[in-house]
Design a protein around this ligand. Structure first.
Ligand code: FPP
Length: 245
């Protein structure tokens, strides 16, 4: 099966999963963190080279203090526990977003995970933390403007490649497939620039219930899609290949 080189996931529905069971929302996040572990393992097994998970958005800072604290604590536990396993499984860990807004303690653990896994090559696991695409694009624009103002960059030379190189995702390939769980059909400020030609897959399943079988269903659907990147079918497919849908 053709697997996406870069899979990105909007992990949604932890809160509703818990509320349906009359449990505190944090239990949903805890269960969601378990799903993260199983999805990482399965992606590694299937040969996905880049996995990006939307773990905390810029907007999530506006949630009740208790929930934000609980999510940060979970993240710290996850990183401490995973860091050893990531190393032994040749997974490189990275993060995108406004990382300096994170609590100092989390920042330290995060930096350690990034440093310790920097040489790993089989898969890159990226967590989007305190991440919002508009914020990322604004920061990139600010950085280009500063370079131009300092005389280091000719404004006329700013092209798509130049802007992409200023984004948090610089050097990473664009996502091929974006999955969103929980039945919401929105992009919610996630990888707006990078997902320009991504395929989208939406499922009603809440993130804590997103099983290996659900992941396979999404990947099978992706393998059936015909990607054209704005070209005609004949341009992107070898001659004689049926165009499918
Ligand atoms: C969306 O559910 C999920 C989040 C805001 C956070 C995602 C966090 C995890 C999966 C657990 C921690 C992650 C790691 C990497 C350890 P929601 O709360 O928006 O659900 P709702 O829409 O049903 O309220």
């Amino acid at each position: 099966m053709r697997v996406p080189n870069h899979l990105a996931i909007i992990m949604d529905g932890n809160g509703r999963w818990a509320e349906q069971r009359r449990l505190p929302r944090v239990i949903g996040h805890r269960k969601g963190a378990e799903t993260v572990q199983s999805v990482v393992s399965e992606c590694l097994r299937l040969g996905v080279r880049h996995l990006t998970l939307y773990a905390f958005s810029s907007e999530n800072w506006g949630r009740p203090r208790d929930e934000v604290d609980a999510l940060m604590e979970l993240l710290g536990i996850f990183l401490k526990r995973e860091i050893r396993q990531l190393g032994s499984r040749d997974i490189r860990f990275t993060a995108i977003g406004e990382l300096d807004r994170l609590p100092a303690k989390i920042r330290t653990i995060l930096d350690q995970a990034i440093d310790e896994t920097a040489g790993n090559r089989t898969m890159t696991l990226t967590l989007a933390l305190s991440y919002g695409s508009r914020n990322e694009l604004a920061r990139a624009a600010r950085s280009l403007a500063a370079k131009a103002a300092a005389g280091l960059l000719d404004p006329a030379a700013i092209d798509e490649e130049c802007l992409a190189a200023e984004l948090d995702t610089a050097g990473f390939p664009d996502p091929d497939l974006v999955i969103r769980t929980s039945g919401e059909m929105r992009i919610s400020n996630f990888l707006l620039w990078q997902a320009a030609y991504a395929e989208f897959y939406f499922t009603e399943v809440f993130w804590p219930d997103f099983s290996t079988a659900q992941l396979h269903a999404a990947l099978e659907e992706f393998a059936r899609r015909e990607r054209r990147f704005g070209l005609t079918g004949a341009q992107v497919s070898p001659p004689g290949r049926e165009n499918g849908h």
